[in-house]
Design a protein around this ligand. Sequence first.
Ligand SMILES: Cc1ncc(COP(=O)(O)O)c(C=O)c1O
Length: 386
Amino acid sequence: MSYLSNRVAGFGTTIFTEMTALAREHNAVNLGQGFPDFPAPDFIKEAAAKAISADINQYAPLPGSPRLRQAIADKTKRLYGREVDPNTQVQIVNGATEAIYATIQGVVNPGDEVIMFEPYYDSYVPCTTMAGGIPRYYTLRAPDWHIDRDELAKLFNDKTKLLIINTPHNPIGKVYTREELQMIADLCIEHDVLVMADEVYEHIVFDDAEHVQIASLPGMEERTITVSSIGKSFSVTGWKIGWTVTTPELNKAVFKAHQFIAFAVASPLQEASADALFHAEESDYYPWLAKMYQDKRDYLLSALNDAGFKTLTPQGAYYILLDISEMGRGNDVDFCRYLTKEVGVAAIPPSAFYSNPADGATIARLTFCKTDEMLAAAAERLQTLK
Ligand SMILES: Cc1ncc(COP(=O)(O)O)c(C=O)c1O
């Protein structure tokens, strides 16, 4: 007899584990996992050291540090024009990962349907099924990742409770336009469906793309739970400080789940995150971050194009997709193994982010959130393919 619950028995180990091990074994430049390999900014590290020295080391208040909630409310007002009450509309959680889990636990009942766009961030499906929800997929297709209103409308019915959107999108780099968001919003309002908006890459947008919060569209504030976190914006993915911003009623749903998932979140890191958000409000930090990543994106794109790869240019987040349909190296998993072993550059096969793996079989994901030296080393290895 297996001791595992039915809830978790079907979960495999993530593709990241296999690719990281393969990258190590072949001493490959690892452009697989999406975490920066360069130092976090001094101001956020110093703020964390100061908070620990000041003995902010005990359980944080259950809703989260008041300063951090205030900093999030300030930023929501300045950047997105939304007035939110930090005391009743902001909840601090352990990274966007817990925000996703707590939101779904807080609003989805067994049998409820949850619409998500694929490729999806890999926790959406298990979080949905652990709540007894049923995932419904809208497949985004390369090269333009267009959303067809009628096709999307077919997924809605009277069991639909929640729609999950991720913008800027991992892994396709799509930044949803205002028009697309409006079309999704209209359907959600028509069918009385809630939205969870995963916006962890909100500050990493390129060229003339603009990050729009779906919560800022008319009629959406009252049905949207916006999720974000400190990790991607301040290069501290190991901190796991995340948050939700929503209505007081939906905030209660997240709060009630969170109190029995984690109860509280690392106190000194919350204070340091508050300092970092206040610092960003008073400086050009976010434009600097976007420019830093745009330079890295452009460098890796040109190295890949130079080596003969067909690429899809991302408008946001920090991933580039390769179109491998004409490479003759098998599906995405075969190709990523080949690239890691033979070329010495590790990538991630996106079929793991689709309900039907065949839909992701012709693309491969590389990240550019790495030092210039690391990207140059990857470029050098890619040149050997010329
Ligand atoms: C789309 C998306 N959502 C959520 C997360 C998780 O964020 P956190 O590290 O804050 O838990 C990630 C991390 O890669 C992500 O890419």
